[in-house]
Design a protein around this ligand. Sequence first.
Ligand SMILES: [Zn+2]
Length: 245
Amino acid sequence: MTFTRVEKRLGKFGEHNAWRTQQPHVFHQFENFMKWKTLRSVLCLGAHADDIEIGCGATLLELQQSQSEMKIDWVVFSGDATRAEESKACFERWIDANRRGRLIAYTFEDTLFPVQRREMKDAFQSLARVCSPDLIFTHRSDDAHQDHRMVAELTWNTFRDHTILEYEIAKYEGDLGRPNVFVPISKENAERKVKLLADHYQSQHSKPWYRSETFRSLMTLRAVECRSSSGFAEAFHGRKLTLSN
Ligand SMILES: [Zn+2]
């Protein structure tokens, strides 16, 4: 992970050098790249069948190559039988057999998560009883889709001692924000993400936004913002950062 964007933003407004002089230790913290710590368990949460793959799919491919102990639990909160089948098939191609944890497919009604809040909260409490992950990928709290927001809200509400990264999904409403956590992605993993998304979820292919160019272009843009040498990156919103000795 990297926090170099802090440096860029301050530089743009001409405050970079003054701030660096006044806060040299703080600047040093943010100047460095941070490495993933050893991850034993990752929990991925998605409102709909393809959200996890779109939001953090390439990062999951990267992590599988670097984290020897890691298991991945995968939870999708809605979907009919067709989408559940697509999701299962995608999970099995995306995640190596020795890294697969739980695959849980709930059947909450699509687009109506806010009116199912009580039942969804129970589902999250059930998850918390069986999962205590080192890292959670979930939706953004300010995502324009109401189902995505509900999953984000309940993630923070349920998992209070966990590291949470919120992933982004391009959509009609144009709600992309300014992410502050970047993961450089190799060209191979970026293209694998694009191919897997194209191969699966036939039910989505009629949607005009569900195109390889959509997925590739967002990774390209995020690569510009974190100076990824491969030309690809995924980005996340890390809302809290705790520093300790
Ligand atoms: Zn979705």
